[in-house]
Design a protein around this ligand. Sequence first.
Ligand SMILES: Cc1ncc(COP(=O)(O)O)c(C=O)c1O
Length: 375
Amino acid sequence: MSTPGRAATYRIRFVNPQEHYRRLKPEIDQALTDTLARGDLVLRQQLEDFEAQFADYVGVKYAVGLNSGYHALHFSLLATGVGAGDEVITAGHTFVATVSAIVHAGATPILADVGDDFTLDLDDVERKITERTKVLLPVHLNGRLCRMDRLMQLADEYRLTVVEDAAQALGATFAGRMAGAFGMAGCFSFYPFKALGALGDGGALTTDDPDVAQMVRRLRYNGEDRDSGEYHYHGYTALLDNVQAAVLSVKLRHLPDWVGHRRGIAERYRAGLEGVGELRLPPFDETRHRDSFQNYVIRSARRDDLRAFLAEQGIETLVHWTRPMWRHPGLRLADPHLETTERICRELISLPMSAETSEGDVETIVEAVRTFFGR
Ligand SMILES: Cc1ncc(COP(=O)(O)O)c(C=O)c1O
């Protein structure tokens, strides 16, 4: 992700963590004080409470708190049993952690293209299924689910396990069902700028399978079963800390309102920007999708000029990501020749979007974008 590097002078920031804290200060401070006063730091009640609330929100039986979305992905893949020689199909246009988790699980990532809504192109997925394919790993990017009816059909037909990368899709639904509630496991990130953000890194895995939940609870705690003291695996240190869990419980109560706010902001962007220049806007509601707008990503062939112009107007934007993953030689990924992913990387730009983005901000941004295209 790159920023023009003038964060201090932006009048509209991409996200505003200080304002976020200011609004929640009494509740967050109370949660921190209570947790610290009780000396509850690791694997205590606050974690269990948050896990129960989070599972309930997503609509699954179990949630396991972890220290990152990356570990939710990695542990999900370990739970599927994939290893050397097995292939996992995922989106070419995603955050690197999705692919790193596949590599660290010992399997081979197969990158499929995405469609114009940034989610998996399921025709390309089907073309790439071989007898080595074991897992389909859809990425619900920007708060929009992949078309999960067709994806689950493919999984059924070819007997594949589904792991959802829902790091950007908490609160989004497809046909009334929440992201993270379709596959064997759902993987969430509580990175501070996510819709539900921790005070630092955090994540969770959701599942209806008690064996998966138990395995992941052990993996996050060095492979140990807390009740028996037995080490079942060579595990990891990857817990969600208690203070983080306590703060996340506070924020989870606000999440439905925040998702509503994001959808309202997206609608205002759409109303203000539709038909402007050669801009392409993200899809708004369709019958089966209810997007949560983790990001509001527009596309323009003049992206770099538009971005520079907005920066001059004091408006901060982000680009995720400027080049496809396989163009980073250190990742040692073969070029899968994904036309849409390549084009998206040249064209996309994310406009400010958070619980703190105001209607006034949107008006200013829309005005600036219109001015740019009117010149
Ligand atoms: C699509 C996607 N997958 C995975 C991750 C990894 O989550 P984390 O940063 O919590 O490890 C992120 C986080 O940015 C993400 O956006």
